[in-house]
Design a binder for this molecule. Structure first.
Ligand code: ATP
Ligand code: MG
Length: 229
């Protein structure tokens, strides 16, 4: 049974325009996500999915409407508290020419080696430790990672925060069907009890989510379980 470690997310009538861009990227968008719920956010390119994630991390604030995390306005959190509460796996994962340890520590500078190894094991990357352990050199002059391994590394980074809310922007883009399925089941597994919002273009694997929300031109136009939609 999942431990109740997630946090509720309430997005209420949010409108957002980028500076110097007259068309609103989000229009009166309302979406409520329960603590521990796993939601897929679907919609065509340019409909505002990544923008919504940006607002959830307060890279921007909405011009109208409100966002609450476990009942408290997002604007009431200081930066450190918000970072500890909401963790993000970005659309493009960056690998540094550095050791495996340093590639993980950038997400969580205080983590000890045990925590790093356990995060790698949870995402199925323990074989990276086989030869030189956390001292293994990655990137230029060292080991390159496949697309699927990069995604796993990004998820391991996010897990090190142990945040109650995890946001993912297309974490399976560019992966083959088998790797995509593996990443999805890994995510549901390691995030059991956490609140998960995953942006995707793909229709594959949606049945594994508690709910699917469909966006169009800055609004949620439909939502429900996979069976209901
Ligand atoms: P994709 O599926 O291609 O990633 P998306 O649904 O994530 O698309 P967004 O990136 O949120 O879409 O973009 C929503 C709208 O906002 C688009 O019209 C886009 O051109 C615009 N936009 C995005 N980022 C900026 C920015 N930094 N400045 C101005 N406009 C932007
Ligand atoms: Mg996007």
């Amino acid at each position: 049974p999942a431990r109740p470690s997630g946090a509720a997310l309430n997005i209420d009538n949010v409108t957002f325009c980028y500076p110097a861009h007259p068309e609103p990227a989000l229009r009166n968008l309302t979406l409520d996500i329960g603590a521990g719920e796993h939601v897929a956010l679907l919609g065509r390119t340019g409909c505002g999915k990544s923008t919504l994630l940006q607002l959830l991390t307060r890279a921007y604030d909405p011009q109208a409407g409100s966002i609450r995390l476990n009942g408290a306005a997002l604007t009431s959190f200081d930066e450190t508290t918000l970072r500890a509460a909401v963790s993000v796996v970005p659309q493009r994962v960056h690998l540094f020419s550095a050791t495996l340890r340093d590639n993980l520590l950038l997400a969580c500078p205080d983590a000890g080696d045990d925590a790093l190894c356990s995060a790698l094991t949870r995402v199925g990357l323990e074989t990276l430790l086989d030869e030189e352990g956390l001292n293994a050199w990655l990137g230029e002059g060292g080991r390159q990672l496949s697309g699927g391994e990069m995604r796993r590394l990004a998820i391991a980074r996010a897990l090190l925060h142990d945040a109650p809310v995890l946001l993912l922007d297309e974490p399976t883009e560019g992966l083959d069907a088998q790797t995509e399925n593996q990443i999805l089941s890994l995510l549901h597994n390691v995030c059991a009890g956490k609140t998960l919002l995953m942006v995707t273009h793909r229709l594959r694997g949606l049945a594994t989510f508690d709910r699917i929300a469909i966006m169009d031109r800055g609004e949620i136009v439909e939502q429900g379980s996979h069976a209901a939609l």
